[in-house]
Design a protein around this ligand. Sequence first.
Ligand code: RIB
Ligand code: CA
Length: 311
Amino acid sequence: MARSIILDCDPGHDDALALLLALASPEEIELLAVTTVAGNAPLARTSENARKLLTLAGRLDVPVYAGCARPILVEPAHAQAVHGETGLDGAELPPPRVPLADGHAVQAIVRAVMERPPGTVSLCAVGPLTNLALAVLLEPAIVPRLAEIVVMGGAIGLGNVTPAAEFNFWADPHAAAVVMGCGAPITLVPLELTHKVRLTPARLAALRALGTPLARVLADLLTFYDGRYRARGDQDGAALHDPCAVAWLVRPELFTGRRARVAIVTEPGLCRGRSVVDLRPPAPEDANALVLTEVDTEGFFALLLARLARL
Ligand code: RIB
Ligand code: CA
């Protein structure tokens, strides 16, 4: 039985992989909508990129709702040093053939959850959590109705945008605090997990060898993304953060994790956006997340390639 999900994202090269994996997995995922948020690039860019990717995949049936153009309180900040000026540099994508859907992403999330039976809708968030936080504040009744919230974000140890914080949580720490504290079932996909999923030359070659027009475009995009990682001194190759969150929904058996209490630092300064992940045993009664810590990396890439070959 496919799970109904909304993918909240800030495309973003790895967001693109998350979206395409969701589209290519109809047995496990019914993609109700894509909601976009400012993050890797400004909202206009991330929204256009989502529409272009759906056009590339021939999925004009999936609505894209634009969400929040800025974080709740902190100043907007983007990651164009990693993802380029457009947020998705590295290849020419087709012009979007669908307009943005009417209405704000936050209202679309609330509507989708409230209109469907309790426990049938999951949210998969792979950008800053502004949209999800506002949805929870606008309509708290969505929280007990959600099947799950899967969040790519946070770090148990070192961050990536600062030594203390991962980008999605740093970009909107107040939103991260609201979502992590909302009480819904949460599966957290932190950097310690996603840094085990790296783009190597062999994996990039295997993607390009799929030989489809989409695979060629995707390989060009990921070549750019990988180049930015390596140019910044990370010779392990680009980390494929966001598709790990979707892969959890498709093949949870590829992952293991532990329940933990996760708290977010919202104060300004060195620790802004830090996720304090208490993994000390035993798991506390008030654990608010399943924190994924291990992944079958080869199994992940086998799944990703097999599914992308379908598009
Ligand atoms: O820190 C990694 C996260 O920040 C990923 O979601 C990436 O797309 C960026 O949004
Ligand atoms: Ca992202």
